[in-house]
Design a protein. Sequence first.
Lengths: 117, 279
Amino acid sequence: MHAEKHAIPGTTPFDGDMARRGYELNAMCYSFNDAENRKAFLEDEDAYCDKFNLTEEQRRAVAARDVLAMIAAGGNIYYLAKLAGIFGLSVQDLGAQQTGMSVDDFKAKLLAEGMEA
Amino acid sequence: MAEILGGVFTSHVPAIGGAIAKGLQKDDYWRPFFDGFPAISEWLSEKKPDIAVVFYNDHGLNFFLDKMPTFAVGAAPQYDNADEGWGLPVCHSLKGAPEFSWHLIEHLVGADFDITTCQKMLVDHAVMVPFQLLWPDAKEWPVRVVPIAINTVQHPLPSPSRCLALGHAVHDAIEEWEGDERVVVVGTGGLSHQLDGERAGFLNKDYDKFCLDSLGPSPEALIKDTSLDIIEKAGSQGIEILNWIAARGAVGGRVVEKSRNYHIPISNTAAASLLLERV
């Protein structure tokens, strides 16, 4: 029996369940430390996803560039950031997408927090 | 006997490395963060440490989920940086201190810490960004390094109390070392930030202030929470405060705060630097 999980709003702790679910997706993203692998992904995304045996859920999330769906499919943000890097996206772009804000609004929200006393 | 000079604590946001590469330190966005470092760099050039023991977390450069150590201690003669996938320039390598590392390892296992030992270990931005901040003009890094990686990626994470205890054991090991090296302890990461999920962009100034106020005089105040409590308060990646807690344990004893800086935002992060000198 698992102990009841500590629920944190808007947050999915990357625990054993998520680590098992996301292994293939995270393995693919980990491979993007290597420039040749980034190039291979860009040249043939489907073939590259095949090579890492992504689940259907993971493939759909990657094809849609949908970060919340990737997290739901077990993606860990540290690895997903390497996928985002292929498209020149920063963690601020990812933050905007996940919170449904424009990138400018997301950045402005953070700047505003710094302005508050 | 080795001498522990103090602890340096800093955020390690990758974008800081990007700003350094582009020479943006004096830009309006970056200056309030970089302003925290001249005092620390001056202290380091005055104190001249020989060895830096660096508590950090790997972000998927050296460790993948196939093998995820809770605590990993470097024992390499050299630590290389490498491409992390999103365009940061690769920094030049760091020299290790393998005999000192093995002394720490012997002591830690003797004190019942079941660590992983790494004779090869790539170090990511969580080590290299702090080194660039602390020694901005270094042609060669002026210290040898022992990196100690704490798992902040895959739950279950080590508890804050265990991280402080690890730090205390490292402290004891440094004090027992027979060489006369001067040691600085470095803790990297934080403060509050969250990159993932609907709560991305979450910050918590009150908790960060509590951390900055407590770390020197009363680090025990930080270990009353579980790691999940800290994630709730500081964000998913705010848990990197574990590196600061372990580093504070390794400094040990009483400290005096010599420098502090806190700035929101750097990228998605409440960024900070802190210098605690041993007294």
